[in-house]
Design a protein around this ligand. Sequence first.
Ligand code: NAD
Length: 270
Amino acid sequence: MSEGLLSGKKGVVMGVANEKSIAWACAQACAAQGATLAFNYLGEALERRVRKLAADIPGSVCFPCDVTKDSEITEFFEHIKSEFGTVDFVIHSLAFAQREDLTGKFIDTKRENFLLAINISAYSLVAVAREAAPLMNSGGSIISMTYYGAEKVIPHYNVMGVAKATLEASARYLAEDLGPKGIRVNCVSAGPLRTLSSSAIAGMKLMLNTNEKNAPLRRNVTPEEVGKTSVYLLSDLASGVTGEVLHVDCGYNILGMYGADILSQEKQGE
Ligand code: NAD
């Protein structure tokens, strides 16, 4: 394999469900830069699909891990330790909320559903970082996928917005805890993308349309672009970057108001 930005590095990819998963786009980008990868899968239902995809990446391995179970996270990293010895990076690209909570009003979120969303979507990063850090002998990089709904209210994103805010804050505290070991922790805030999980969000079409019409680049982001940014954060190019939330959203988050095109159309009509 030719020299790449991640040549010789061993990484863990958590969150591949199918070929549309952001985790899979990141995995492909990392493999193209020379990384060797370990994947998790959630239950037997996803095992075949993940193994089939992973087979495209030479030297990769797959093990089960449901992040609601501490024992599975521990066993997952034990498997990785025995396969790889050490780990250089982790991609945490997973989340969950009940479908009923991604429509209607946030105020109606039940306690158990709120806790489930935070547990899987945010606490899991803490639990994963705790198991991964001892394997990162010569420093490392951990990234997690977030969304703008952590910062601003997005229709129907609801409890997932609260979970993402928790995730982003957790990444900052982890960055402080792990910084002295040379381990960096960052979030990638991706613009809306059609995936298995995002199909559960009632406002997904509106999110895609609004982003496409108004983002400075006047289009939606691609999974490949999220993958490329992930490579940057995981590589030595980002050696001085930690605790950040890096937006890969065609610039949507910088807007304070929409309507630049409407205004110039009105001017032309004057
Ligand atoms: P996806 O459905 O492909 O991936 C979600 C993954 O979460 C799946 O692989 C699923 O198996 C995993 N998961 C759920 N519960 C789990 C559990 N208990 N244990 C282990 N894994 C579990 O969807 P995606 O859009 O690729 O989502 C990946 C990440 O990107 C999520 O954090 C999501 O919130 C975030 N994100 C998505 C978008 C988007 O528009 N699709 C935008 C910004 C951020």
